[in-house]
Design a protein around this ligand. Structure first.
Ligand code: NAP
Length: 340
């Protein structure tokens, strides 16, 4: 019997390319969707850099903003990993630039998957859909939800909260036999396979290049992209994962000053430009009125990002690398790619 076919949306992306590598390694047939087939060579190079053989990889041209092509893209698939969604460094003025592809794109994928009798879709959501509206006195779990109507959300955070809600609603109301499982990662690090970087890795590059003179006292959580890909595959195949969401997080959050220190300690000379100065909170607050980057870190000053991966470990046997290992693997890949 030939291997089952898995469709991965967004093969050009950081998470998408690692999911392809993981699936090929596990012996699946893989088809990936791209906005332009002209980027197929690039995807092949990413997959090769990840240590897998892209020879059998198939490609389909689709855009989350358009209906064309989705039916053919998922035809014959047993599973779909819907990973693609815009994740820009800078937030657009019009939130719809992110919400439309995130929400309507997810619905296009789910509708096509249902019609093609795909068994299960795994949606790459985010911690953004979990932990931005409440501040519980405990680590966040899968029971927590960001309120998509919360007026304080950035366009990206809103896009992920809206898209995940819309996906569950679709499957509840009109999904038929289609199963849905959701992965909610925190900040994803780990090795970049090419130079078109995800926003999470861009942050490390900015520190390594010394593009920012100082770091704020906010914090981020971390998980390795290889473990995020592994969690997608576990969520795809485990019988109990249908109808469930899984936080993908490794350990405790890290403050930006500690992150800068970790890079200096572990990368030596390659981290010589990483800033040593810490921006005082009052300056972040003042600067936030004129600077979009500072505005983005403002909520981080007072928010705890602790989140629990207990569910994925218990139900799916997921065992992620440490947060620091993920961060260092990212930084080392940037050095290797000649970007630092
Ligand atoms: P990425 O490297 O920027 O990849 C984003 C992917 O989405 C790219 O393949 C991109 O295609 C595709 N895409 C964007 N707009 C599209 C559209 N209109 N139609 C079709 N494809 C489109 O980012 P990533 O880190 O891999 O993110 C992948 C997923 O993980 C996203 O759903 C993101 O929200 C989620 N996530 C990421 C993080 C993180 O820290 N990185 C954390 C939590 C969740 P092009 O190459 O053509 O632009």
């Amino acid at each position: 019997m030939s291997a089952e076919l898995v469709v991965v949306t967004g093969g050009t992306g950081f998470v998408g390319s690692h999911c392809i590598v993981r699936l090929l390694d596990a012996g699946y047939r893989v088809r990936t969707t791209l906005r332009s087939l002209a980027r197929a060579d690039e995807v092949r190079a990413l997959v090769r850099a990840g240590g897998a053989d892209p020879a059998g990889l198939e490609y389909a041209q689709t855009d989350l903003l358009h209906d064309d092509g989705w039916r053919d893209a998922v035809a014959g698939a047993t599973f779909v990993l819907h990973v693609a969604s815009p994740f820009p460094v800078r937030q657009p003025k019009d939130p719809d630039e992110l919400i439309a592809p995130a929400r309507d794109g997810s619905l296009r994928v789910l509708r096509a998957a249902r019609d093609a009798h795909v068994r299960r879709v795994v949606l790459t959501s985010s911690f953004a859909a979990v932990g931005y509206s409440s501040r519980p006195d405990r680590p966040f779990t899968e029971d927590d939800w960001t309120d998509p109507d919360d007026p304080g959300l950035s366009p990206y955070v809103r896009s992920k909260a809206v898209a995940e809600r819309a996906a569950w609603d679709f499957v509840d109301r009109e999904g038929g036999d289609l199963e849905l499982s959701v992965v909610n990662p925190v900040g994803i690090f780990g090795p970049a396979l090419g130079t078109d970087l995800s926003s999470s890795v861009e942050l490390l590059l900015a520190l390594l290049k010394g593009s920012v003179p100082a770091v704020p006292r906010g914090q981020t959580s971390g998980v390795d992209v290889r473990d995020v890909a592994d969690l997608h595959v576990r969520a795809m195949t485990h019988p109990d994962a249908a109808g469930e969401r899984f936080l993908a997080v490794s350990g405790e959050p890290i403050t930006y000053p500690d992150l800068a220190r970790l890079l200096r300690d572990r990368l030596g000379e390659d981290a010589r430009r990483v800033p040593r100065l810490v921006i005082p909170d009052w300056l972040v607050r003042v600067g936030a009125s004129v600077n979009a980057e500072l505005r983005a870190v403002l909520p981080e000053l007072s928010r705890s990002r602790r989140a629990s991966s207990e569910k994925a470990r218990r139900m799916l046997g997921w065992q992620p690398r440490s947060r620091d290992e993920a961060i260092i693997a990212s930084a080392e890949s940037l050095v290797r790619l000649g970007l630092v």
